[in-house]
Design a protein around this ligand. Structure first.
Ligand code: C2E
Ligand code: CA
Ligand code: CA
Length: 506
């Protein structure tokens, strides 16, 4: 009975003891009073009882430990990022709150760094989820190696990581920590036999200087990161109070851009291309303008990135193509019209149909439409971009490579892409008369492009001397303030049907 009771109640040790204790006491009394062989039997029973009880307690202890470990593991799991094994956002929030408490109570300063892989979405798109995940694991490992033991790293989402630094937090020390991290990401990542280059930026906020509240500090570091990203890969930016104004302006622009199209605030300026052989205007580039009701003229370099991030670029971009085609269809001779297409637009499957519809509605000969793309488009999505460009070419639309020389200029593109035109970036044109290297680059680019049967347009021509040099090196076309600034089409008399040689001297 003792053994049976102990076995049945082993999961509840107290019940087992309560059940077996009276029998145990009774047995002890029996052993004491009764003499003879019965004692041996009872003794065996008692030993069995002790063993069963011991087993029961042991089983319970094992179960208890197992549950304890499980609980600890699940608590750990909700604080860890499965992929990188780094602390996750939940854990980061706790750490940030703790750091803020220490900052308030013990006046302990700390720095918050926000690290972002600018091209993570592109890597995901181009190489797929598995490779993007493998990349993140490697990034996390490099982050660990490039930071100090005391720096709390966490993965927040996508390619975004945060670091809470509580030691050596003078701005120069934090800057060198950030530089170390950026440096660690510079070498290509070797994932599944492919080399992937990552571009990272870091935003930094300091507590208590920038805030003593988690939300405020996060807003500051986010704003700093945003500025770092706009400055390009490898940038490190500390939050500055003027960022707040910039962020407020950005929010206002983001909000208002959504209705800008419907409210007729967008318009196209047209800037002429001059043919250097015939001295005649060959066509115009359509450049987007936004007349904001209270903030005035907003430069496209400011609002186009916003349009891209909010996906408004698709509707705006379609409007640009449509309006440019309609305008060109009314021009007196077969002048070309160029429109700019950004990376985000080229990723959109509806782009091609949009262009076909715009051409048809305007009744414009597709040969008169040119699209301008930049090299960044090719970096992120080479195969897809090529196939989209091929479709455009099959419609007879031509393609120009814009800002050539500023990005990751690779001569491979020139050979692989179905390009009609190369636009040499303004920075080369501006320096070519004072810098022999720039002059050599312009000269050789023209030669090389001609070998590949690609025409060349020089951008940003501002002086007659620059124009003369371009003629000398047999550049095909020039564009710039000297020839004409971007203006409303209505401001261009007769749309430059006449030779413009004389106008150039004025
Ligand atoms: P971009 O395509 O390189 O356009 C040339 C920019 O250089 C224009 O600035 C133009 O006004 C300016 N520019 C032209 N000639 C000269 C010159 O002689 N000297 C100087 N200093 N500047 C000159 P804008 O209009 O501010 O446009 C800036 C950028 O915004 C464009 O660069 C283009 O990348 C983008 N953009 C403009 N319109 C559109 C659009 O409709 N769609 C897209 N996706 N991007 C656009
Ligand atoms: Ca352009
Ligand atoms: Ca350009």
């Amino acid at each position: 009975m003792i053994a049976g009771g102990a076995a049945s109640f082993y999961t509840i040790p107290i019940a087992a003891v309560a059940y077996t204790l009276p029998i145990f006491v009774g047995s002890m009394l029996a052993i004491a009073w009764v003499e003879g062989a019965i004692n041996l039997l009872v003794a065996i029973l008692i030993v069995s009882y002790a063993i069963t009880l011991f087993r029961a307690v042991l089983a319970h202890a094992v179960e208890f430990t197992r549950r304890f470990i499980l609980q600890a593991e699940s608590e750990n799991a909700i604080r860890r990022d499965v992929l990188t094994s780094l602390p996750n956002r939940f854990s980061f929030n706790e750490r940030l709150e703790n750091a803020l408490v220490d900052a308030k109570q013990f006046d302990q300063h700390f720095a918050l760094l926000l690290f972002d892989l600018n091209n993570f979405a592109e890597v995901n798109d181009r190489f797929g989820r598995a490779m993007a995940d493998a990349l993140l694991v490697e990034v996390a490992a490099r982050l660990r190696r490039s930071t100090r033991e005391s720096d709390g790293i966490a993965r927040l989402e996508g390619g975004e990581f945060a670091i809470i630094a509580t030691r050596d937090i003078r701005p120069d020390q934090i800057r060198s920590l950030a530089k170390q991290i950026i440096e660690a990401m510079r070498a290509p990542f070797l994932i599944e036999g492919r080399e992937i280059y990552c571009r990272a930026s870091i935003g930094i906020a300091l507590a208590p200087t920038d805030g003593l509240d988690a939300n405020q500090l996060l807003r500051c570091v986010d704003t700093a990161l945003h500025r770092a990203k706009t400055l390009g890969a490898g940038s490190i930016q500390f939050f500055s109070p003027s960022d707040d104004e910039a962020a407020a302006r950005r929010h206002a622009l983001e909000r208002d851009l959504a209705s800008a199209l419907a409210n007729d605030q967008l318009w196209l300026a047209f800037q002429p291309f001059l043919d250097l052989g015939s001295d005649r205007i060959r066509g115009f580039e359509a450049l987007l303008r936004w007349q904001h009701p209270t903030l005035g003229q907003i430069p496209p370099t400011e609002f186009i990135p916003i349009a891209e991030e909010t996906d408004l670029i698709h509707s705006i971009g379609h409007w640009v193509v449509k309006t440019a085609c309609l305008a060109a269809a009314r021009w007196p001779r077969d002048l070309r019209v160029s429109v700019n297409l950004s990376v985000v637009q080229l990723r959109n499957k509806a782009l091609l149909d949009g262009i076909v519809v715009a051409l048809a509605e305007a009744g414009l000969d597709p040969r008169r439409l040119e699209v301008e793309i930049t090299e960044t488009v090719l970096i992120s999505n080479f195969e897809e971009t090529i196939s989209l460009l091929q479709s455009l070419i099959s419609l007879s639309v031509t393609v120009a490579l814009d800002d050539f020389g500023t990005g990751y200029s690779s001569l491979t593109y020139l050979r692989k892409l179905p390009l009609s035109r190369l636009k040499i970036d303004r920075s080369f044109v501006q320096d070519m008369l004072t810098d022999a290297d720039c002059a050599a680059i312009v000269r050789s680019l023209v030669e090389l492009a001609h070998e590949l049967r690609i025409e060349v347009t020089a951008e940003g021509v501002e002086t007659p001397e620059q124009l003369d040099y371009l003629r000398c090196v047999r550049c095909d076309e020039a564009q710039g303030y000297l020839i004409g600034k971007p203006v409303r089409i209505s401001e261009i008399p007769g749309i430059a049907a006449e030779p413009v040689g004389q106008e150039l001297d004025t």
